[in-house]
Write a protein that binds this ligand. Sequence first.
Ligand SMILES: [Zn+2]
Length: 424
Amino acid sequence: MLKLSQGELCVKRKAVLISIDGLGDRPIRELGGRTPLEAAATPTLDMLASEGVVGLVDPYAPGIPCGTDVGHLCMLGYDPADVYSGRGPIEALGAGLEIFPGDVAFRCNFATVDHDGKVMDRRAGRIRDGVAELASHLNNISLNEAVTAHFAPATDHRAVLVLRGISLSPHVSDSDPGGNNEGMAIQPVQPLDTTDAARRTAQAVQQYLTIARDVLNQHPINKQRVMAGQLPANAILTRGAGIVTQCTPLQDRFKGIRCAAVSGEATVQAIAKMAGMQNYTHPGITGSYDFNGDLKASAAIHLLEDNDLVLVHVKATDLAGHDGQWARKKTLIEQVDKMVSAIKANIHPDTLIAITADHSTPCEVKEHSGDPVPAVIWGSGVRADKQLTYGETACSFGGLGRITGKDYFHILIDLMGFSQKFGA
Ligand SMILES: [Zn+2]
């Protein structure tokens, strides 16, 4: 697609970036020493590989297992060291809370404590019903020293707390005693350095937790739970403090590029929001096993009309990796192949297609590993290599070589015509 830009002739192309969560894997004996991707029937992915350029991507750095949040930050060209500070801010965005630079955010649990403040159940019997109602009474609370507390429910017994005020710090300890430590008391929140900001933040959290216990103890939902023999959600536990940092949106980094994301997972939606992307949601698009390739394909096709870059995220492959289900992972990859085929058939022929993953989740490990992930870029302008298939081994011989997630994104942005020249 040719466009005039600031008096110069500039080739600009759109792109769809497909993130197959946890795609990378290791050889599986039952698959004849192949990975689920290599064993899967993937005619479209193989066609893209044979006509395009492939390589191996270390999402952050070789041998470092990444979380989905960090993996996607890297995939969008960010350095997590610049923009990533604890899980709290990511969870807050995922829960729909507005956050601003300088806010300190915490992951929280509704928990059950006894009269002495000992944690009887870190998840309050995995409470789900009534959580939104309880959370509404814990939101918008004014604390000492002009700090305000914002609180929102997340999934099941989880929630997020955001503290807003002048000079706050993420360097405070967790009140959550942690897994396997039930029976221990709620831990006092301590500053982890000698700054005034850490001291003020620790005091604010402590004050908030006391208020929360009073509010929760008196709430009818908890009285009903006790009557019904259920554990009351009578305390909040905090962990994972992180400060919200300034994250330059993609449009400000790359010549006004317009970006959107299709994902059913709150973490990826949060990263997309941080990057200034428009989030597309639909009740049929989930972050679970019920992968709906048709819905995601039609969303991507639609979004490409008004955007330059569309990120399409598929979560189910990662879940299969965590569950050690290689056959299921293989089948899911075959469904992704069909989704990519549907996207390719319905977009402008000049549109680039890039496919990679945020990290490997090998079925034998059942966790994220530091193995690099296979990557491909296909489309006009791409200098093809000699690899014919999309798989971990083939990608290790590809023209992209072995690069980081940030490199991969910059290569894609450059092919799209949105890169900035380095030097005169
Ligand atoms: Zn992931």
